[in-house]
Design a protein around this ligand. Structure first.
Ligand code: FPP
Ligand code: MG
Length: 396
């Protein structure tokens, strides 16, 4: 049923370029998981910007390498944090923390880099209490992230996640829901131990935003489906709110000024939105093989994203079709028509431009941080800025 649309689009839209030398990506990785997996390549990317002598090439920073060992520590701690009273619950809650199942841990990576980027003291000895508390935020955020994916798979009735059976597929919906609940409990127990009500409130807000975003998508009205404002708000809640609030929590725990807290928050917000906009483009331009999941899956699930919303601005006749929605199986013809309008429009290009604006705003937030001459701080800031560009370049 999805074939006609995909064939049509393959012929009409510019296809995404794929790195032929890239190893195969596991199938069905979640959005943030897919990013960090692909970012593993970038450490070897050479920026051929010439030096004064025109001879040396600058090797790009590998954001993962900077804090790789610390992210591993976070993963180890997570395994011990999800132990429950009942063995069944321990194994269900630990399902995505097992070796090989833990994904690439984008949230801890971003948060630990942010901690380094805004830190005043870089000595990470045993006595460095702020750093230990930052690691705790990384652990909490990862638990909330995994809980949201587990619950999302129950809601979507998904069979797979991260290229393996989903938890609901493996243990059933009931235990999966309880495992997600338990992870939230563990996350908030750890948050309480930080003894900081502002941080607790930021994390609670992030969970509220995740739930709200999911509901905004589930219970959308025809008019909301055609609204770019509604779409961007939902996107912020679902994809950017957790990382932006957690970035701010890092700044709060660092004892940073409200200005730095706001910059940390803005970085996470714009990074998350840029990420999702590129994800929306790839759903139209990528192949199933490159994406690790079915292409055109959003529109076939009735989810209208930025490229189509921009196309409506150019072709108002598309408005009526989108308002009706695409989730009814009898609407395959409507999907085909919408894709035809999209191919004639600047929808993909305009979405890319919007993503680039958000990527730039994220980088601007880092540039707005108080000056520093500490090399670790500067490298961490550069790595955070590099992430924004990697998000823009990704093809999967
Ligand atoms: C992925 O969406 C899902 C999310 C980003 C968040 C889902 C949030 C909830 C289920 C609310 C409950 C939250 C908590 C903290 C328990 P997707 O289906 O668009 O993407 P996918 O391809 O990764 O499944
Ligand atoms: Mg889903």
């Amino acid at each position: 049923m999805m074939l006609p649309g995909r064939l049509l689009l393959a012929g009409l839209l510019r296809s995404a370029s794929t790195a032929s030398s890239a190893p195969r990506m596991p199938t069905n990785m979640g959005c943030w998981d897919r990013f960090t997996w692909s970012s593993c390549y970038f450490h070897s990317t050479i920026d051929n910007t010439s030096s004064k002598a025109g001879l040396t090439a600058k090797k790009q920073l590998d954001p993962l390498a900077l804090i790789k060992d610390e992210v591993s520590e976070v993963t180890d701690r997570l395994r011990s944090m999800v132990v429950a009273e009942v063995p069944e619950l321990t194994s269900a809650a630990g399902y995505f923390f097992r070796a090989g199942a833990e994904g690439k841990r984008t949230c801890p990576t971003v948060l630990l880099l942010m901690a380094s980027a805004i830190s005043m003291e870089m000595t990470d000895g045993l006595e460095n209490r702020p750093r230990a508390r930052h690691r705790r935020v990384a652990e909490i955020t990862e638990m909330i992230h995994i809980a949201s994916l587990i619950h999302d798979d129950v809601l979507d009735d998904a069979d797979t996640r991260r290229g393996m059976d989903s938890l609901n597929f493996t243990v059933g919906k009931k235990l999966a829901v309880l495992a997600g609940d338990f992870l939230l409990f563990r996350a908030f127990s750890a948050a309480v131990s930080l003894d900081n009500t502002e941080v607790l409130s930021l994390l609670a807000t992030a969970v509220n935003n995740l739930v709200t975003g999911e509901l905004m998508q589930m219970s959308i009205t025809p008019a909301q489906r055609c609204s770019m404002d509604y779409y961007l708000q939902k996107t912020y809640y679902k994809t950017a709110a957790l990382i932006s609030n957690s970035c701010k929590a890092i700044a709060v725990l660092a004892g940073q000024t409200t200005e730095v807290q706001a910059l940390a928050y803005q970085y996470g917000r714009h990074l998350g939105i840029a990420y999702q906009l590129i994800d929306d483009i790839l759903d139209f331009t990528g192949t199933s093989a490159s994406l690790g999941k079915a292409s055109l899956s959003d529109i076939h699930q009735g989810i209208v994203t930025a490229p189509i919303l921009f196309a409506i601005e150019e072709f108002p006749e598309l408005h009526e079709i989108v308002e009706k929605g695409f989730d009814d199986p009898s609407n395959v013809e409507m999907v085909r028509i919408a894709l035809k309008y999209l191919s004639k429009s600047q929808g993909i290009e305009r979405t890319r431009l919007l993503a680039a604006e958000h990527a730039k705003l994220a980088a601007d937030a880092i540039d707005g941080l108080p000056e520093s001459e500490d090399q670790v701080i500067l490298d961490s800031r550069q790595a955070l800025k590099d992430l924004t560009q990697k998000f823009m370049r990704r093809t999967k």
